[in-house]
Every structure is written in C-alpha cells, then in structure tokens.
Design a protein around this ligand. Sequence first.
Ligand code: SAM
Ligand code: SF4
Length: 317
Amino acid sequence: MLDQYGRNITYLRLSVTELCNLRCRYCMPEDGVCKKRHEDMLTEEEMLSAIRACASLGIRKLRITGGEPLVKPNLVSLCAQASQVEGIEELCLTTNGVLLPALAKPLHEAGARRLNISLDTLDEEKFRYITRIGKLADVLRGIDAALEAGFEKIKINAVLIGGFNDNEIADLAALTKRLPIDVRFIELMPMYDSGDFGPEAFIPYTKVTEALPELEPLPADGSVARLYRLPGAQGNIGLISPVSAHFCKECNRIRITCDGKIKPCLHSPDELSLKGLSEDEMREQLRSAIFCKPQWHGELSYTARSRAKRNMNQIGG
Ligand code: SAM
Ligand code: SF4
C-alpha cells in the first residue's frame, strides 16, 4: 500500500518481545526492562492476525525482532505459521545469535530464510563490556550454526561506536572474506536512553570507507545500505546511515511492537494500538498508520535525540 508521500510499504518489522538475554549499553538499561503485564502484550494469535492484516495491505517481507526474539518460548511455532501467511514472501529474523546453536535449524525448518546477527566486536572483553553480560564465543557458535542450517543470507550487524570498535572496522569487514556472510556497519542512533556514550561515540559511516580504501562500490539492491565489497570477498559490506544521511525517502517499512503498537516511523512518538482488535479492525488501523507515515524521522544527532519514547529493545531496531 502507498503512503501519503507515494512510498510503497512492503516491509513489516514485528517485535515479539522486549526481553533480552543481553544488555547492550546502547540499547537497554542495565537492570533490563520493567516487565509489562502479560495481558498487555499481543498474543501469538494477535500477532498472526496482525501479520495477515499487513499481508492483505501489501506487506511482503516480514522481519521478526525484539528484544531478543529467540528468548520467546513459542517463536518457532510463530515463525512456522507466519511463513505460511498468504502474501508473505520472505521471513527474516534479527538476533543476537546467542541461542542460535539450538534454534538455527528449527527456525530454518519453520520457513525463516534470512538472518541478521548482531556483533559489534571480535574481542571477548569488549564484547562482555558492550553487552554487559554476554560471551563472544556464544555468538560465534551461533554464526556457525546459522551457516550450517543453510540460511539463504546471513548478515552481521555491527553498530559503529567511536572509541569502542572504530579500530576493529577492518577485522569485522574481513569476516566477509572468511565466510559467505555480509557485514553491515550501522550508525549509532541516539535513542531515548542509549547508554552513556558521549559525542565522540556518534561516528558517521564514512569512517568505514576511510578505514577501507580498497572497498569496491556495488550497485544498490533496494535495501537501505550502501553496498561495497572487499576484493576477493565472499560477502558484501553494507553501510547504514540513519543519522548522517537518512534514507526516509526510500523507507518501505512499518513496525509493530510486542505490546501491540504500530510505529509508522522508528523515530516518531506516534503509535496506534492493535491490542484487542479483530483482524478487520487491525487492517483499518494499519491502513491509517501506513497512510500517515511521517515524511522523515526528524533531525538525529548526539544532541537531537530520537523522538520515539522507547529504547531500541522496545522497538526492534
Ligand atoms: N536482539 C536482537 C539483536 O540484537 O540483533 C534484535 C533486536 S535489536 C534492538 C536490533 C538491532 O538494533 C541490533 O542490530 C542492534 O545492534 C540495533 N540497535 C540497538 N540499539 C541501537 C542504537 N542505539 N543505535 C543503532 N542500532 C541499535
Ligand atoms: Fe538485546 Fe539486541 Fe538490544 Fe543487545 S541490541 S540488548 S541483544 S535487544
């Protein structure tokens, strides 16, 4: 369906939980989330109704996200049903990878075809620091499990953080030489409470092209990333710049949170509720949300923070 600015909205990001088994400093507070009431969350049936309603309005790509989606107990069953919804052509997940050794195969069997795995550093101690509680080895095992399970596409998402991982750009990018995966560098977004990072932490995507002069540009593939490849690599490098060069003109997505709020724009405070609605009512609510999608997300910088009144684990990225 077209929004009021003529953008064709074909991509839904559905956050299935706010809970997470990590505590990334730029994403959520150290003490986790204040658990919401179970009855305020979308049920599995409501999530499926919302997916069907979205598909009937032209959504073709579905990404399951969180919090950490893999901590949701009924995730495999939800994916198996979601992948069968008429109109949904592509089922993808974004995960921190920790639970992939157990779940990569069942998720692939349930119809998931693409995985984005978040990994900001290849250093064990830095990994523990940025995630507050995580073990790097778990994610590396998760990547191996995903490769073994046969996903069509695996992308590593690394958030660019000045003073933290800007000295690891080459090492992270080199993963595309060793493995058949893409690596995408994403600018740190100044969320409601995205940790204790100062202005030096917000570095532009151009740091990557400066650090890797050998990058060869590739034609755009319709995603939000600028694409490149290292000579001889098996996968691509993607640069995603929501802060320094926003891509709102090409935005084709809407989001639904696990508490049933449609977010027509990641950084807007506007939300419309789906909780408790029938599938037909959901369709009408989604139609208005898509039509009214804001033209752009407004200024974002270290001082101009996102207007979304949520942290990233409550939206899904
Ligand atoms: N837990 C899963 C994961 O980490 O991949 C999925 C949810 S997480 C909120 C989705 C993506 O948002 C991750 O790639 C994460 O790195 C990114 N993210 C979280 N907070 C961010 C921020 N402040 N700026 C940029 N990216 C952020
Ligand atoms: Fe959890 Fe993902 Fe947020 Fe890290 S980025 S705290 S893994 S939801």
